[in-house]
Design a protein around this ligand. Structure first.
Ligand SMILES: *Cc1c(COP(=O)(O)O)cnc(C)c1O
Length: 425
């Protein structure tokens, strides 16, 4: 039995892992063409075709519509911008409540605050880490107007159940599919199964344009509002008469031509990139599934998982070792593991109920919001899993070739052989 690196032994993973790379010659060529054209952005914040962006932006949107089978695609300079625009497109009233899982990236919930609406945090399903349907129903009040489902770690949330609930309670649905580009749910693509959905295109995602995001909708009205919010909100989209235009707060959320050209080239590679991540996951499952007290990711039979993160759960009770000790040991071995994910309700912005200024907007906008709670204990599953069980492998961050996989698996096996040395007496 070799000595754990935590106690001075040699690390199982030698050297540093190579960052995951999705770009190559195709992107370089696309960028060169745009540079040669001299037009790095062709948006104009006034009526006319340029209100919708330059040729590369419109091409990338068109390519995405075809690739994912959706009526409208609207690009943004980040998916954070896309989420803000999506919530804005729903035309909620200040003080309205929007249900969102606590187990997600911060932008999913701050997008709600930007429109003076109130995030209500739902708990997660303990097997998939996605929003729990039962918890959504428990969170619904007379002020609830929308749900943002998140396809966390690369697997679609239970969209049919969510859409059914939404019909029953007259709610709008947004799907934050930032981590699940190209994932399938009952034969359709993640991100296209809500009123508005979409993907992130930032550096850390499966495919990326440096920074960027893309929203999808089958509804023309939502598409127009997304386009308005993206581009200062001041011009007409299409040829609607002035009297029909909605007033809306606009931003500059526009994607550049370079990024859009890279996006079109990346889109072609997405199936291959997904297959690569799925193969890494298959190998991880093969190498780790026999370790006791370690649960492999759950993948629904009606959907595919694109493995943005390979999410494991340890059972500290049966192992007799705290999760943090196991993670300490894995990290010392050089294994790329995540110790925690998110419990957004515990962030200061919600604990203190101060989003901007020093007052308590948007919570003070409506009496009904005094019953919205953020205390520890409101999302027991997400809290327990984050503290005691979750260990993630960021499958989209590194290359994980044969040798890297072998070393990472060796790190896990070594730690499991030495569990008794990690027990606290
Ligand atoms: C990455 C991510 C975002 C934000 O996307 P950006 O393009 O970085 O702004 C939002 N939600 C989730 C779940 C994400 O993983």
């Amino acid at each position: 039995m070799s000595k754990l690196a935590l106690f001075g032994g040699d690390a199982a993973v030698s050297g540093t892992l190579t960052p995951f790379r999705s770009h190559g010659e195709e992107e370089l060529q696309a960028v060169r063409q745009v540079m040669n054209s001299g037009v790095l952005s062709d948006f104009v914040g006034a009526s006319g075709p340029k209100f919708l962006g330059g040729p590369r932006v419109r091409q990338f949107e068109y390519d995405s519509q075809l690739a994912f089978g959706v009526e409208h695609a609207v690009t943004f300079n980040s998916w954070t911008s896309g989420l803000i625009a999506a919530v804005g497109a729903l035309q909620l009233e200040p003080g309205d409540q929007v249900i969102v899982p606590t187990w997600t990236m911060s932008a999913t919930a701050t997008a709600i605050l930007h429109w003076n609406c109130v995030p209500v945090f739902a708990d997660i399903d303990p097997h998939t880490f996605n929003i729990s349907i039962q918890s959504i129903e428990e969170c619904i009040t007379s002020r609830t107007r929308a749900v943002i489902a998140v396809d966390i770690f690369g697997q679609s949330a239970d969209m049919d159940e969510i859409n059914l609930l939404a019909k029953k309670y007259d709610l709008r649905v947004i799907s934050d599919s930032a981590q699940a580009p190209g994932a399938l749910y009952r034969g359709r693509y993640a991100g296209t199964l809500a009123h508005i959905g979409g993907y992130s295109l930032n550096y850390h995602k499966h495919i990326h344009t440096g920074e960027g995001g893309i929203a999808f909708t089958d509804d023309e009205g939502y598409a127009e509002r997304l386009q308005l919010i993206r581009n200062h909100g001041e011009a007409v989209v299409g040829d609607a008469p002035e009297s029909d235009r909605v007033g809306v707060l606009g931003y500059n959320f526009r994607l550049g031509e370079l990024e859009a050209a890279i996006g079109s080239a990346q889109l072609v590679k997405l199936p291959e990139i997904i297959a690569g991540r799925q193969s890494v996951a298959t190998n991880l499952i093969y190498g780790l599934q026999n370790l006791p007290g370690l649960t492999m990711p759950t993948v629904g039979e009606d959907r595919t998982h694109v493995f943005y993160v390979f999410a494991l759960k340890v059972d500290p009770t049966s192992l007799g070792v705290r999760k943090d000790r196991i993670v300490d040991a894995l990290l010392a071995e050089g294994a790329p593991v995540m110790r925690r994910y998110q419990n957004l309700h515990l962030l200061p912005v919600y604990q203190k109920r101060v989003a901007y200024g020093t007052g308590s907007l948007p919570w003070s906008l409506s009496n009904s919001n005094s019953t919205v709670r953020y205390e520890r204990g409101i999302c027991p599953t997400a809290e327990r899993i984050n503290e005691d069980e979750f260990v993630g492998i960021p499958t989209c961050s590194y290359e994980f070739g044969e040798s890297e996989l072998e070393q990472v698996l060796r790190a896990f096996c070594k730690v499991w052989e030495n569990l008794s040395a990690l027990q606290e007496r």
